[in-house]
Design a protein. Structure first.
Lengths: 113, 112
């Protein structure tokens, strides 16, 4: 079944640690996105990619980085986690001409203590 | 500055009645609008969309209305069911290949 997977679902980590949030999709979508959402707030685009070796920063400045070495894989990395990075991170993918919008993963809820 | 605004953080509606969720936007370049539904601990799921060339799109119990002159759209759910209790996000993009901008969401409670 075509889908988009995010791991881990929940992560509690200490300040200063390096973390990588995984996102993989099986739909062959060229376009992938990372959104950050705090409770009661809008989803903010922090990174996006329109294909392999293509990555761009989104509308919300983020200290995280991303890579797109394979079409299906779009990991997000924080080199040194801080409490301000505590949030929910949502990965999504879409086709060109997204008539049906994005397909989202279940998200990773990150807590930095 | 918010380009997509959902001014009601929450809404409670009796089961079987109509739920109306509202959304305003400021960017006149938006020409494609979407509604997403989100349950706790899950990612948002696409619900319904509308292009700016239309003023109404219907899919089963869900209807989206677009008023371009007022830069306003609304989602109608009728009849409302318990499973409709969720957070609903309004979203927009400048074209079908552009990034989607989301509002803050409205939490809908369907009361028994």
């Amino acid at each position: 079944e075509a889908d988009i997977y995010q791991t881990p679902r929940y992560l509690v980590i200490g300040t200063g640690k390096k973390i990588t949030l995984e996102c993989s999709q099986t739909m062959g979508h060229d376009k992938m996105y990372w959104y950050q959402q705090d409770p009661g707030m809008e989803l903010h685009l922090i990174h996006y990619s329109y294909g392999v070796n293509s990555t761009e920063k989104g509308d919300l400045s983020s200290e995280s980085t991303v890579s797109r070495i394979r079409t299906e894989h779009f990991p997000l990395t924080l080199e040194s986690a801080r409490p301000s990075h505590t949030s929910q991170y949502l990965c999504a993918s879409s086709e060109w001409g997204h008539s049906y919008g994005y397909t989202f993963g279940s998200g990773t809820r990150l807590t930095v203590v | 500055d918010q380009q997509v605004k959902q001014n009601s953080p929450s809404l409670s509606v009796q089961e079987g009645r109509i739920s109306i969720l509202n959304c305003d936007y400021t960017n006149s370049m938006f020409d494609y609008f979407l509604w997403y539904k989100k349950y706790p601990a899950e990612g948002p799921t696409f619900l319904i969309s509308i292009s700016s060339i239309k003023d109404k799109n219907e899919d089963g119990r869900f209807t989206v209305f677009l008023n371009k002159s007022a830069k306003h759209l609304s989602l109608h759910i009728v009849p409302s069911q318990p499973g409709d209790s969720a957070v609903y996000f309004c979203a927009a993009s400048a074209n079908r290949d552009d990034k989607i901008i989301f509002g803050k969401g409205t939490r809908l409670h369907i009361l028994p």
